[in-house]
Design a protein around this ligand. Structure first.
Ligand SMILES: [Zn+2]
Length: 130
């Protein structure tokens, strides 16, 4: 992958797409420094300590930290409603994703990352109960 990002190919989108590809392939990862601070791409150095970052596998499942059921979403998510926006702890990182099955969902539940598609074809991170 090139480090030469341009306005037509900005780092956040490109790297997020690459990260979604990895999650979709079951090879999800996060970035960790020597101090154990965890981040999602795109990052070059640890924002907390300035240390170098290396890729570590994402745990297969995470624990729900909080979630919100959305009945009236923004227009781009209208076809998804109702759904839950889930924030889950995966080792050193927190992921935010969508749960389409959220009945009886509770804080602490185990969820697994996957990649889904919205009605308009845009991909989204799913965090469904594991
Ligand atoms: Zn750090």
């Amino acid at each position: 992958m090139s480090d030469d990002f341009t306005p037509e190919n900005p780092a956040p989108d490109g790297e997020y797409d690459a990260w979604l590809d990895a999650v979709d392939a079951g090879d999800g990862y996060h970035l960790v420094c020597d101090e154990g601070h965890g981040w999602l791409p795109p990052r070059r150095v640890c924002p907390r300590c300035g240390g170098d970052l290396r890729e570590e596998p994402l745990p297969d499942s995470g624990a729900v930290a909080t979630f919100t059921v959305v009945h009236v979403p923004t227009p781009s998510f209208a076809a998804e409603a109702p759904y839950a926006t889930v924030v889950a702890d995966f080792g050193g990182v927190r992921l935010t994703g969508v749960a389409r099955q959220f009945e009886d969902l509770a804080v602490g539940d185990s969820v697994a990352p996957a990649v889904g598609e919205r009605e308009d074809g845009e991909r989204l991170l799913l965090l469904e109960r594991a």
